[in-house]
Design a protein around this ligand. Sequence first.
Ligand code: GRF
Length: 217
Amino acid sequence: MSDETAAVPALAVLVSGRGSNLAAIFRAIERDDLHACVALVISSRADAPALDIARMHEAETRVILPKSFASRAEAGAAIIAALQEARVQAVALAGYKPILDASVVETYPNHIINVHPSLLPAFAGGMAPRPQADALAAGVKVSGCTVHIVTADVDAGPIVAQAAVPVLDDDTVESLSARILVEEHRLLPLALEWLLSGRLRVEKSRTRLAFAGTTLA
Ligand code: GRF
C-alpha cells in the first residue's frame, strides 16, 4: 500500500467471475466518489476475468478455492486470515458465488456488503442470471438490484439501497441483466462509501443513513 492510500479505509472485494462490479468500485475510487483503497481481491476461481481487472489496477490478489478445503469452515478461516493480513475494514461481495462461512460474517459484523440482481426479498437465493430469469418468468413489470448487509442468512440481510428498472415486453435475460447492471455499478460503490464514512447504521433488520456531512453517533 502506498503512503497516498494508507490514510483511506482498506476494502476487500470478493469475486468469482466477470468483475464488472469490481471495475465500478475502481472507477468510483478514481472519481473520488469512494474514499477507499482496494487492499485485496479474493477470487473463488483461478480463471476469473475479475482477477485481470484487479491486476490492471495493481491490487493485491488471492485465489482461495473453496474446493481445496475440507469444509466451508476451513475455507472461511483462510478467507479471514487473508482479510486480517490485508487489514481491511470492510468487504464487498461483487459476484462472489460461494456461500460465505458464518465465521467470516461474524468477524466483520455489518461490514460485508453484497449486490444482488433483484429487488429483494423477491428472487433471493440464486446467482446471476438466475434471479433475472426468474423475474422474467414471473412476469414482473419492475425488477432491479439490492445492496444489502451480509448476514448468515443468504440474501436476507438488512437492505442498504435498491434501484428499480422496468421489465420490458421484449426483454431477454441478457437485456434485463444489462439494465440492472447499470444500477448495480452505481449503487454498490455508493453503499460502500456510506458504510466506510460511518453514515450507515444497522438496526436489527433495517439500515438508516445519516445526512451528508454528518455521522451517526
Ligand atoms: C452481478 O449481477 C451481481 O449482482 C451478482 O453477480 C453478478 C456479478 O457480475 N451477484 P460482475 O462479476 O460484477 O460483472
